[in-house]
Structures are given as structure tokens and as C-alpha cells.
Ligand binder design. Structure first.
Ligand code: HH2
Length: 260
């Protein structure tokens, strides 16, 4: 197994659930990207719209104005992904130098194909504003698996060469749904496309740790990323790059085994 990629999260938003407001200024955003690259990030994921429940909607113009200056400056430095649900923003970001479309709507395969970009197809039940209002599944693992298998087919049909599938932890999922998906991750990695996952600092980790606030969820974030890496996940999307890179080294750095 090759080491999983670490995707460092760069939210250029005023209201993201964990780092909102910290990197709205492009200078601060670029400095944070540089820090994450030094710490071991392989890809920087730039987002200009929060998907947390209750976040204010953002116009195409506003979202583009947030992400494009950062993507233009980062593109020559490292692989960049654009985290968006909007076709127009994805188009502009991929034209500006991003090479991966991180698509939480799981529906923008044509945009990725048009640009020859990679596509991260994520599962979400409902829309961000209301998705956490009592989400229900008959069998969450089976339903997410079916959805993601269909995305692999769509990617093939559209001519997308690089596709990752992502169960969308926290996107229209209860505590139990998130934990079941984590427990059954190996069923997703068996689908035949690399799996991406984002658990970093998410609410379900707080619920498991005495309602820890977002900045106090490092242990759960690293534990779940480490678990995911042992289950064959190919990409982890994280805020805390340094700690995740340490966990990856522990699992994947080569060691010489003595032959008896
Ligand atoms: N989670 C978030 C955003 N984008 N993309 C993928 N592929 N997988 C995820 O789990 C995922 C994602 C939500 O986290 P964050 O960006 O930190 O927060 P916000 O949406 O509030 O900006």
C-alpha cells in the first residue's frame, strides 16, 4: 500500500465551523498553506463557502473573489483542489490552476472532465442548510456504497481519469451513521476507486469527547484519520497536518525487517 495523501484544509471563509475568519486575507491564507506544506500536506484544498448547517449562502461572485487570488498564487507551488458545489466557481478555479475538483455535491463530473481534472465525489444527503435535521437511512453503509459505486461509473462515462470517492462524514449523517461508515470503511475501499475522507474536528468527535469544542478535537481527528489510513483510504482531508503526518509516518515509513 502506498502512503495516503494528506490534504490540508484552507477555508478562505468568514464562517467555517473550525477555522472560519482566520484565512480570509490572502496573505494569511498563503502563509497557512505554506505551513501545511512544510508539515507534510500533499494537496491544499481551498474552499470559499462553508457547508456547515446554517451557514449563509454565498454568491458565485463572492465565492470566486475569495478563492481565485489564493489559487492563482498557490498553483505553481503545490497541487491545489477547489472545494465547491458551484459549476461556475469550479470552472474558474480549475482554469486558474487547481487540478482537483473537491465536489461535496457529488454531481460535477462534467466540469472535472472538461478540465481534465481529478474529481472527489462526496456523498451528501440533502442540502447543507438542513441536512442534519434527523437524517434517515434504511442501511447507511449500503446506501452510501451504492451512491459511490454509481459515481465511479459516472466518472468513467464522463472520461474523468482520476476519481476519489468520499462517504461525506457529517453530511446528512447522525452520530451512529458516521460511526457505522467509519467502521465499514473497508467496504468502500473495496469498490475499486481510491477513497477520500474528512473527519477533521467534526461535530461527531466532540459528541464522543464531553462536547469538546472544535479546537479540542485533535485526538479524535488524528485517531479517525489513522484508523482510515489503516483501512486503505487513499486521502485524508485534515486541519491538523503535522499530527496527521506523524501518524502517517508511523504507519507507512519504510522499515528494514531482519530476515532470520
Ligand atoms: N468536509 C467539509 C468540507 N469539504 N470535502 C470532502 N471531500 N470531504 C469532507 O468530509 C468535507 C469536504 C466540511 O469541513 P470544513 O471545510 O472544515 O468546514 P466548512 O464546510 O464549515 O468550511
Amino acid at each position: 500500500m502506498s502512503p495516503p495523501l494528506i490534504m490540508g484544509i484552507l477555508n478562505v471563509t468568514p464562517d467555517s465551523f473550525s477555522d472560519g475568519g482566520r484565512f480570509v486575507d490572502p496573505v494569511a491564507a498563503l502563509a497557512h498553506a505554506e505551513t501545511m506544506l512544510q508539515e507534510g500536506a500533499d494537496i491544499i484544498d481551498v474552499g470559499g463557502e462553508s457547508t456547515r448547517p446554517g451557514a449563509d449562502p454565498v454568491s458565485i461572485q463572492e465565492e470566486s473573489d475569495r478563492v481565485l487570488p489564493v489559487i492563482e498564487r498557490l498553483a505553481g507551488r503545490c497541487p491545489v483542489s477547489i472545494d465547491t458545489r458551484k459549476t461556475e466557481v469550479a470552472d474558474a478555479a480549475l482554469a486558474a490552476g487547481a487540478t482537483i475538483l473537491n465536489d461535496v455535491s457529488g454531481s460535477l463530473h462534467d466540469v472535472a472532465a472538461r478540465h481534465g481534472a481529478g474529481w472527489i465525489a462526496m456523498h451528501m444527503k440533502g442540502e447543507p442548510a438542513t441536512m442534519q435535521e434527523a437524517p434517515e437511512y434504511r442501511d447507511v453503509v449500503a446506501e452510501v456504497k451504492d451512491f459511490l459505486a454509481a459515481r465511479i461509473e459516472r466518472a468513467r462515462a464522463a472520461g474523468v481519469d482520476r476519481v476519489w470517492i468520499d462517504p461525506g462524514i457529517g453530511f446528512g449523517k447522525s452520530q451512529e451513521h458516521n460511526l457505522l461508515l467509519l467502521r465499514h470503511l473497508s467496504e468502500l475501499t473495496a469498490l475499486g476507486a481510491p477513497v477520500a475522507i474528512g473527519t477533521s474536528r467534526k461535530r461527531f468527535l466532540g459528541a464522543l469527547a464531553n462536547e469538546a469544542e472544535t479546537h479540542d478535537r485533535l485526538e479524535g481527528s488524528v485517531a479517525t484519520a489513522t484508523w482510515a489510513m489503516t483501512q486503505g483510504v487513499a486521502l485524508v482531508r485534515v486541519h491538523d497536518v503535522e499530527a496527521t503526518a506523524q501518524a502517517r509516518s508511523l504507519l507507512f515509513d519504510p522499515i528494514e525487517e531482519e530476515v532470520a
